[in-house]
Design a protein around this ligand. Structure first.
Ligand SMILES: NC(=O)c1ccc[n+]([C@@H]2O[C@H](COP(=O)([O-])OP(=O)(O)OC[C@H]3O[C@@H](n4cnc5c(N)ncnc54)[C@H](OP(=O)(O)O)[C@@H]3O)[C@@H](O)[C@H]2O)c1
Length: 146
């Protein structure tokens, strides 16, 4: 419950250490959504934690590497245990591979798919049963025209 006695909305954002994920996590929490700002490397959490603390935002950083089954399961289980629901999932974690096709190895392409495609599926598979159970929820996938 928030301090108006209403059911607090809960969001999970992947890739919150920088860029769109960082800003989206802050935007959601500034608008009163309790936001789990997840990132694979907690050593990058200081900046968002500093802002959240300074502005007294409803934001918590959790470790979540979208390429790691256990990390995804542990993070989503923690959200469920603490908050009992997930209203919004923002699949943001991802990266660009720049260059000509002949200069990029198959391994580099496969790694990108492991994050940008299978990472989205991995996190969504953990979150969907929670949303189905509550019969509501929004999933936003940050993609690319490329
Ligand atoms: N900005 C653009 O113009 C643009 C254009 C097209 C698509 N996009 C897409 O928008 C999304 C955000 O991009 P951005 O511009 O904000 O780039 P960014 O600042 O590089 O942010 C990418 C985020 O994804 C995280 N990430 C990468 N691999 C991960 C993994 N295995 N598990 C968890 N997190 C991981 C990064 O974490 P680390 O800090 O640990 O690396 C970082 O937090 C990406 O999916 C990107 O493909 C952006």
């Amino acid at each position: 419950m928030n301090n108006q006695g209403q059911q607090e909305k809960i969001a999970v954002v992947t890739g919150s250490s920088s860029g769109i994920g960082f800003e989206t996590s802050l935007l959601l929490s500034r608008n009163g959504v309790y936001t789990y700002a997840t990132m694979r490397n907690l050593n990058k959490s200081q900046q968002i934690n500093d802002v959240a603390e300074k502005e007294n935002l409803p934001l918590k950083v959790l470790q979540l590497d979208v390429t790691d089954d256990k990390s995804v399961k542990d993070a989503i289980r923690q959200v469920k245990d603490e908050s009992s629901r997930i209203d919004v999932l923002i699949n943001n974690a991802g990266y660009d591979v720049m260059g000509a096709v002949e200069d990029i190895s198959i391994e580099e392409f496969k790694s990108q798919f492991e994050t940008n495609l299978f990472g989205v599926i991995r996190v969504t598979k953990e979150v969907l049963p929670i949303m189905r159970n509550q019969r509501a929820g929004n999933i936003i996938n940050i993609s690319s025209v490329g």
